[in-house]
Design a protein around this ligand. Sequence first.
Ligand SMILES: Cc1cc2nc3c(=O)[nH]c(=O)nc-3n(C[C@H](O)[C@H](O)[C@H](O)COP(=O)(O)OP(=O)(O)OC[C@H]3O[C@@H](n4cnc5c(N)ncnc54)[C@H](O)[C@@H]3O)c2cc1C
Length: 402
Amino acid sequence: MLKVDIEKCTGCGECEEVCSFGAITVLDDKAKVDPELCSLCGTCVDTCPEEALEMESEGPGKEKQDFSAWSGVWVVAEVRGNGFAPVTFELLGKARQLADRLSVPVTAVVLGSAVKEMAPDLVARGADRVIVVDHPGLSNFVDEAYSKIVSHLARKERPEIILAGATAMGRAFIPQVATMLETGLTADCTGLKIEEEGRNLLQTRPAFGGNLMATIICDEHRPQMATVRPHVLKALEPDESRQGEIVEFEPSAELLEHRVKVVESVTEESDGPGLTDAEIVVTAGRGLEQKENLHLVERLAHCLDAGIGATRAVTEAGWISANHQIGQTGVTVSPRLYIACGVSGAIQHLVGMQGSDIIVAINKDKDAPIFDVATYAIVGDVREVLPALIRKVSEERGIKDV
Ligand SMILES: Cc1cc2nc3c(=O)[nH]c(=O)nc-3n(C[C@H](O)[C@H](O)[C@H](O)COP(=O)(O)OP(=O)(O)OC[C@H]3O[C@@H](n4cnc5c(N)ncnc54)[C@H](O)[C@@H]3O)c2cc1C
């Protein structure tokens, strides 16, 4: 609950101004809070020059809960083909840091068919323990069975933190696990750490359309659950000498039961590398001006063996499929080289690509916001710059079919 220290409050009105919920009004030179409207976002607390606002985390008389029975950090591994999705290793790297801070073990949970042999890879990347749920009935991902099994295991073992990838698979079943465990879930986190004093997980993610970063805690329930998008965290180098315990769990028929019939699995065909795995990404923005100019981006991507990205303006115009969209409502990428062609640099786009090592931006407007994050800025018309780049790169690389 938000409290105003009347002694300190000068009625300056700064809190009233920053409150997006209209929850604060200054009356008779003192701030007054409407608890019905207050969302407890805390923006006013940081803004008050007099430090007159304070967030009380516990209601009066509310007992602090005892979570001592909950211990350990879990990562729900994601099997992709014959290996793991890279996000699994990225999560293990972060889980290792969090668990070391809490002095608890890291457990990876892997579900699938014929996955037992893969468990040592999870130990090499930071897990102390792997729970393997290996069953032919899990050969296809089905959210209902997966969520029942993970929540059953979590109820039994009581981890204090569960992390998973904000991938199509994680998004499909992790919210169900949180619901079954009657706990909270912070989706699409970009930062995770343990609070200075205590064991709460500080879960940071963009909020209000990416205009501010919110740090969320789940201090009244366990486990604390978060998903993180691929490429946001750094994986540890594999260490084959690491030792870990591998435990098998045999799911009951009831846990395996589900109502989905998988008719066929189809792998999407693509000429170049997958967008999230590509080392170089060339992105098309509305600055290409018309769909017919998209071939410039496709040709440069071909010369560089790059993935093709797009802004929402481009996918919504139907120039390219939504699978190529990068940003808040698309995928997150962090390639070695990102080339933004006619992209303005809206915050919703930046959140999906600003982790790239080198950013080259081509835009005819020298004040375009994309230049604020660019390593190299090319001020010019994409219809002139791209053909010149394609010519140069294809010459250098000896590519003839462009
Ligand atoms: C809730 C929400 C979620 C969103 N999610 C996403 C998301 O995931 N991803 C995303 O990308 N957007 C997203 N958006 C949309 C985002 O706000 C922007 O509208 C979008 O990114 C703009 O795309 P753009 O840069 O291609 O187009 P514009 O903003 O129109 O920019 C075009 C740029 O091209 C330049 N230009 C024009 N002609 C030329 C030329 N001939 N040569 C060189 N430069 C030229 C212009 O100077 C301009 O800077 C979201 C918006 C909302 C509200």
